[in-house]
Design a protein around this ligand. Structure first.
Ligand SMILES: C[S@@+](CC[C@H](N)C(=O)[O-])C[C@H]1O[C@@H](n2cnc3c(N)ncnc32)[C@H](O)[C@@H]1O
Length: 311
């Protein structure tokens, strides 16, 4: 999978989460070495309705080309939404969803490749995009025939100002959708949820209370849950890895659900990364993981796509 060359204007922001040039010093390693409990209370988990789309925050739309797929993405200023300038994130307040990170583009490409090779199909499937930000993988799943796509982000503002406008922009590009695709999009159940991974599962419609522990015999007969969970650039913070994994286990359909994860192998300086997350998965012993793709573009930070499923 190729990335944009230096000479081209990038259609996404490169991963700068841990850059040292943040003038406010609001992002960077120090936060991730902080104690586990955030100093600010978590925002309440809420469902955000598509009608709650923000009309006050300005955004411009641009197209992103991914191996023959063209998707639209909005560009909004973090300053306009959160009053933060030049901040990739402020843990516990803003978790980076306004940027389009490289991993979500890798993920769309990997999904497209697996569809083309007959490995997967989204037709008729229920999909959850965790840590969606722009939501391009979820939007792609919808265009590929998913019957339900639920988007989750830490921040409701991201959903209102970016994810919902992105979805609307992509779905209204009717010229590139066939009539059957339009029909699927109209029929699909599309929802948006804001909140922390440690608490959000209570809101998801496809998760029943009986799925609390899918590894137990009580959970194994449930035919509920999401057929696919998609996530990109969600495993950077060590503090959130366990709650993310617990959420996945609660939400993934047993026994056939599949997780696609795009992530850096290692997030320098903070210790998170795909391998750290997978060590939690392996220790738990309930799921298996397979490497789908490795993207080594010469930068020192190798990106990966992993697939997880129940044993
Ligand atoms: C680096 S951004 C990636 C956004 C998008 N997936 C992409 O690749 O462009 C990390 C995403 O994970 C979500 N996130 C991070 N920590 C979270 C937490 N503890 N609970 C809920 N969501 C969280 C953020 O809201 C954000 O959307």
């Amino acid at each position: 999978m190729a990335t944009n060359s230096e000479s081209q204007k990038p259609s996404y922001e490169t991963f700068q989460l841990f850059s040292s040039n943040d003038e406010n010093n609001n992002s960077g390693f120090g936060f991730f070495d902080a104690p586990k409990t955030p100093s600010v209370p978590l925002p309440p988990c809420t469902e955000v309705l598509s009608s709650e789309v923000s009309s006050s925050v300005k955004h411009s739309m641009e197209s992103v080309n991914l191996d023959g797929i063209t998707l639209l993405k909005g560009r909004v200023k973090t300053q306009d939404v959160f009053g933060l300038s030049n901040s990739d994130l402020v843990p516990g307040k803003y978790e980076g969803g306004l940027k389009l990170w490289e991993g979500s583009l890798d993920l769309v490409k990997a999904l497209n490749s697996d569809i083309k090779h007959g490995v997967i199909s989204f037709v008729g499937k229920r999909v959850l995009e965790v840590g969606c930000g722009h939501g391009l993988p979820g939007i792609f799943a919808l265009q590929e025939g998913a019957v339900a796509v639920h988007f989750q982000d830490f921040n409701g503002e991201v959903l209102r100002c970016l994810t919902i406008p992105n979805l609307n922009a992509n779905l209204s590009k009717e010229s590139r959708l066939s009539s059957s695709e339009i029909a699927i999009c109209e029929k699909a159940d599309v929802r948006f949820y804001a909140g922390d991974w440690s608490e959000i599962d209570g809101l998801f419609p496809h998760v029943s209370n009986d799925m609390k522990d899918l590894g137990s015999s009580s959970g194994q007969n449930q035919v509920v849950g999401y057929d696919f969970i998609l996530m990109a650039e969600t495993v950077y913070s060590i503090n959130s890895l366990q709650s993310l994994y617990t959420l996945i286990k609660k939400c993934l359909s047993y026994p056939d659900g599949v997780v696609y994860m795009a992530a850096k192998k290692y997030y320098f300086g903070v210790g998170g990364g795909s391998r750290r997350f997978l060590s939690i998965v392996e220790k738990d012993g309930v799921m298996i993981s397979n490497l789908v793709a490795e993207i080594a573009d010469g930068s020192s930070n190798v990106r990966e796509i992993w697939k997880l499923s129940f044993k």
